[in-house]
Structure formats: C-alpha cells, structure tokens
Design a protein around this ligand. Structure first.
Ligand SMILES: [Zn+2]
Length: 273
C-alpha cells in the first residue's frame, strides 16, 4: 500500500486559475505534472499504484477557511466521485490570523479530518513566534497532525526565517506532544549539512517530498537514508513530481524492510486509518 502524505490538486473547474498562480510563484523552477485537476491527480495515482493521498490546502488569507472547508467536505462526502472519496484525505487549512481560529480548528477535528496543513511563508508567520504556539497547542490537544512546509521555498527564495530547522526546533520545544511533519526532508533545503539533525531528537517527522527536480542532492539523500524509519513518511508534493520517480527514489535509499512503514504504515498510524 502507498500513501502520499503531501500532494496538491484542485477541483477541476478552478484548477486552471490556481495552477497559473502557482506556476508563476515557482518562477519556472518546478514543472507541473498534469494539469493540477483532482481528476488528473487520481489518474496519476492509479497509473503508479498510489492508494491514497493527503490533499493539502493552504489558506493564504483568513477568509479562505470556509471555501476550503467546503471543498474538503465535498471530497469526503463523495461530491467529487467515489474514487476521490476513497483515495483522497483532505487536510483543511486555517490562517493564523483568522479571528475564529480556535473555533475553526474545533470544526476541523469535529468533522473528522485528520490534520491541518501550514505554510509559514504563504501564511506570513514564523514557527518560532510564541504568539502562534497556542494555535499549535490547540492542534496538538485536538489530536490533529500538522503537515508543514519547511525550509527553502521556491516562491520566497530570499527567506530563511520562518520554518527552517531553528524555528521548527523552537516550536517543538515549546509545544510538547505535537505531531509535526516537516515537509521536504525536515526542511533541509537552503540550510547547511546536519542543521536539521536536532529535529530528530525532538520527535519531528519528515516527509520525503524533495522540492527540487534534481533527486541527487547530498543532504536530501543523506536524510532520506538516515531519518528514523518510524518517523519518515512517503510524500511527493504532486503535481511537482512524477509518482513513479518519487517511489523509485525512496526505494533506492531505504532498505526494503523499511518500505512498509515509510510508504504507508507510519501514515496509517498517524492518521488512524
Ligand atoms: Zn506542497
């Protein structure tokens, strides 16, 4: 079984506009696989034998909670078809500046969603800012999983101050019991070798989405090889990666004895599926 912990796609009718914005934001650094539609996403998953994918939303403004929540519920309730209902695990998103932040987090948990996605650059906050720790405390108390962009972001090439290893460490030291998945192999991109190592001892999870089209970057390969098996989750950041390539890369650097845990076991444990 294969679960992708980190993917993006959009309802078919809005995908064109959403993808145009994202492609502009990536400044040509990343190439989209397919057209960004949920339908294409499901087709690609079926083609490469991916059973389920967490669909990560990002509320870039406080007002976006409602519309994103509507989409998440529609997927859950089968309005986008049986295949989406069966294979897609929506992760809603709240903006830290949302005046109804805590009520919206309660709603996410009450509706049965498993986790929330954060992106500090697109949401204009730092993980090390004590003013956001009560939000993460609430997330932890609700038993929700956090999947968070970490490290360099192609859309913000000059910024390293919101979700690098130091900021993740500050959060995890101050919000105990938080299940925190640091995307892109702990957010190593943009930082020196071994800078993410302290995160391992802080209980941090890492996803295997690689952020760059070049699979053979030294620090990414080292972390993929060495991050504790029980805290590593297969992920792709689709549509910026071909599923078959992402699967091959993880298999190349991990012993087959680890594959079950990394490709689905850890995700099933964290998500309760
Ligand atoms: Zn992503």
């Amino acid at each position: 079984m294969i679960i992708d912990m980190h993917a993006h796609s959009f309802p078919d009718r809005i995908a064109g506009r959403a993808m145009a914005g994202l492609i502009r934001a990536t400044r040509g650094v990343l190439t989209s696989i397919g057209d960004g539609t949920l339908t294409n996403h499901l087709d690609q998953m079926d083609h490469d034998g991916v059973d389920m994918a967490c669909l990560l939303q990002i509320a870039t403004k406080p007002t976006q909670f409602e519309v994103l929540m509507r989409t998440a519920k529609a997927i859950r309730d089968g309005e986008f078809g049986e295949r989406a209902q069966r294979k897609i695990i929506p992760f809603p998103s709240v903006h830290p500046a949302d005046p109804d932040l805590f009520a919206h987090l309660d709603e996410i948990a009450a509706e049965g969603f498993k986790g929330v996605k954060f992106h500090p650059y697109y949401q204009d906050f730092s993980l090390a800012d004590p003013s956001v720790w009560p939000m993460f405390r609430k997330v932890a108390d609700l038993g929700l999983v956090v999947e968070c962009h970490c490290g360099y972001d192609v859309g913000y090439p000059d910024r390293f101050d919101a979700c690098g290893p130091k900021e993740v460490a500050a959060l995890l030291r101050n919000v105990k019991g938080l299940t925190f998945i640091a995307a892109h192999l702990g957010g190593c991109a943009g930082f020196g070798p071994h800078e993410t190592d302290p995160l391992v001892d802080l209980g941090c999870y890492a996803d295997t989405s690689a952020l760059f089209c070049n699979w053979y970057r030294d620090e990414e390969m080292r972390l993929l090889h060495s991050w504790p098996t029980e805290r590593l989750l297969f992920a792709t950041d689709f549509p910026w990666t071909v599923y078959s390539e992402a699967i091959r890369w993880v298999k190349e650097f991990r012993d087959p004895a680890d594959w079950d845990a990394i490709f689905s076991g850890n995700a099933r444990r964290l998500l309760g599926i």
